[in-house]
Design a protein around this ligand. Structure first.
Ligand code: ARG
Length: 481
């Protein structure tokens, strides 16, 4: 075992087993570019402030850029070290000798790791937020295409009121918009931890506003003691991933249910349906069940880090290294679920006749009838009672509500005229519903338009967040030539 060549990792005396136990290197490697970008900003600042000679800063900066390129090409071999920071420092020493020893001036791994993780969270928030806007757009396009399909909505998984299929797609798009907005808000909330040092800042003249600006943050964090112990932004990220997991699970469950023989509202294309190893007739919605299932560990990741952070004293604590595993897992999972939804949803076809039949045989316009009575001056509670009796009468007669006629219910209340009973028609629901945010034709069109606008308000700023590659090249260009 070749761990712990550096004194920072415990030097010669520490047991290799202890070092291996504490190593975050495997996880850190997923944040390699983030760490290099953070170091590059630090080096530019060290050169500008004169903390290290300008030519040494250039040497260090170029060596860091080379490491990033080699890592991308898969040719970089890193030594076993306690973490990526020590591994990079070790390689730089091998390559640059004594000059490498200036890199860590006015810096601790405590602010370094916080910077690396902050950059990672922002980069992932950008990717996941943009994918969420892509999915929301796909759902709205689909809402538009399936304007004429109507189906029952459900409360308590009991048929409730008629809706347009586009209204269901719009509901899902709204959830995805909130996910994208959450990722953007998270990205915008981030500040640069770099220069906080180990816990209390540095006596060297670090320029924290400069490194914050170089890294594309609104500014540096305000309090070094808080900064090194803070993982709130990781919790926010994990919460976003958990909440998205719940959204994805909700969409998936609708597809799982609606594709059953009991509903038969939709059919999964063979390209996304799985078979059974024993029952030859089966076409299973495994892909949606897996999407639903993955919400479990997404919630677990959040609870895991909340539990790690609970009870920690002020300042940096090594417990915080546990953030890495859940951070990586959560981001990877959320991305795979988003990509799978983008792939799978276009492969689900709705059966318009079957959806309409579910409405035709039921009593889902009962509320519309009660509201028609309200329009003729009857207090709602009284109207509710009258319609309750109408529904009972029709159920006893085995006649769906849309087929009600005045002669069948006139004795219940004389105000149940044919005109009023027209509110039981299924076809008319989309014209009857005119309120903002409802399923009516006009409000639904307005809703799609509004949602599209909100999506573009989020997609633009998300796309404008600098990528790690962009940061790497702008920082490299900041090095004196
Ligand atoms: N590997 C550590 C982490 O990921 C880096 C910080 C270690 N700091 C320290 N003082 N031992 O959190």
């Amino acid at each position: 075992m070749a761990l712990a060549k550096t004194a920072a990792s415990g030097g010669a005396t520490i047991l290799p087993e202890v070092l291996a136990f504490g190593s975050s290197l495997a996880d850190d490697l997923h944040l390699f570019h983030e760490d290099v970008v953070g170091s590059l900003a630090h080096v530019v600042m060290l050169g500008r402030t004169g903390i290290v000679p300008s030519d040494t800063a250039v040497t260090l900066g170029r060596a860091l850029v080379a490491l990033a390129e080699e890592h991308r090409a898969g040719t970089l071999v890193l030594p076993d070290e306690e973490d990526v920071h020590m591994a990079i420092e070790t390689v730089l020493f091998e390559r640059l000798g004594v000059a490498s020893k200036m890199l860590h001036s006015a810096r601790s791994r405590n602010d370094q790791v916080a910077t690396m993780v902050t950059l990672h969270v922002r980069d992932r928030a950008r990717t996941l937020g943009l994918l969420a806007t892509e999915l929301a757009t796909l759902l709205l396009d689909r809402a538009e295409q399936e304007k004429d399909v109507v189906l029952p909505s459900y409360t308590h998984r009991q048929r409730a009121q008629p809706i347009a299929l586009g209204f269901l797609f719009g509901a899902w798009a709204s959830m995805l918009l909130r996910d994208a907005q959450g990722y953007l808000a998270l990205a915008n909330s981030l500040r640069s931890p770099l220069g906080a040092g180990a816990i209390a800042g540095s006596t060297l003249p670090v320029d924290r506003p400069l490194t914050a600006r170089l890294l594309g943050f609104a500014g540096p964090t305000w309090n070094a003691l808080d900064t090194v112990g803070d993982r709130d932004f990781v919790l926010d990220y994990l919460y976003s991933a958990a909440k998205f997991g719940i959204h994805a699970s909700r969409i998936a469950t609708d597809f799982v249910d609606f594709s059953t023989s009991e509903f038969r509202f939709c059919l999964l294309d063979g390209a996304i349906a799985s078979g059974s190893s024993m029952m030859p007739q089966k076409k299973n919605p495994d892909v949606f069940e897996l999407i639903r299932g993955k919400a479990g560990p997404a919630l677990g990741n959040l609870v895991s880090l909340l539990t790690t952070m609970k009870g920690l004293p002020s300042g940096y604590n090594r417990d915080q290294q546990e953030d890495r595993t859940v951070l990586i897992e959560a981001g990877r999972r959320a991305e795979s679920v988003l990509r799978m939804l983008l792939l799978a949803i276009p492969k689900v076809a709705f059966d318009a006749d079957r959806c309409a039949a579910a409405l035709a045989e039921d009593y889902t316009t009962a509320t519309d009838l009660a509201e028609a009575l309200v329009k003729s001056g009857i207090p709602f509670r009284e109207a509710y009672g009258i319609v309750g009796r109408v529904v009972l009468r029709m159920k006893d007669a085995g006649i769906p509500l849309a087929k009600v006629e005045a002669s069948l219910v006139a004795d219940i209340d004389p105000r149940l005229t044919s005109d009023v009973l027209g509110a039981c028609s299924i076809d008319g629901f989309a014209d009857r519903k005119q309120t903002f945010g409802s399923t009516g034709t006009a409000p639904l069109a307005a809703q799609r338009e509004d949602l599209r606008q909100e999506i573009s308000k989020v997609a633009g700023p998300l796309a404008a967040i600098p990528t790690l590659d962009q940061l790497l090249s702008t920082l490299a260009a900041e090095l004196p030539q």
